[in-house]
Design a protein around this ligand. Structure first.
Ligand SMILES: [Zn+2]
Length: 111
């Protein structure tokens, strides 16, 4: 009797990207929808039943509309999903914080 066991990957990956047309420049507040390029971030999310969960987030870089500085670009913000340089989603951080209350957080230390 042979039973094929499914290869189990340790992580399930979810692909995500922003749905907004553009974003406001963090410096001058001007709205821009001119996409400069895209890059990918990997965010660890709350684990599923028996495997971890990773969000592969496509982040767009927009070109600021202001001509004051030379082609300044800024990354699309995902403030509700994760902090700008975080490697974990906000809800993952919140869950980890509440389960291990004594752990010191370092979410704002690097940047
Ligand atoms: Zn700007």
């Amino acid at each position: 009797m042979s039973r094929r066991s499914r290869p189990r990957s340790a992580w399930s990956e979810v692909v995500a990207r922003g749905r907004v047309a553009g974003a406001a420049c963090p410096d001058c507040g001007r709205f821009s929808d001119r996409v400069h390029d895209r890059y990918q971030r990997r965010l660890k999310d709350l684990p599923l039943v028996d495997q971890g969960s990773v969000i592969r987030l496509t982040v767009r870089r927009f070109i600021c509309g202001s001509a004051d500085y030379q082609r300044r670009t800024f990354a699309e913000p995902f403030s509700r999903l994760a902090a700008p340089h975080a490697r974990f989603t906000t809800r993952m951080v919140t869950a980890a914080r509440s389960s291990t209350a004594s752990t010191t957080t370092c979410s704002t230390a690097s940047g």
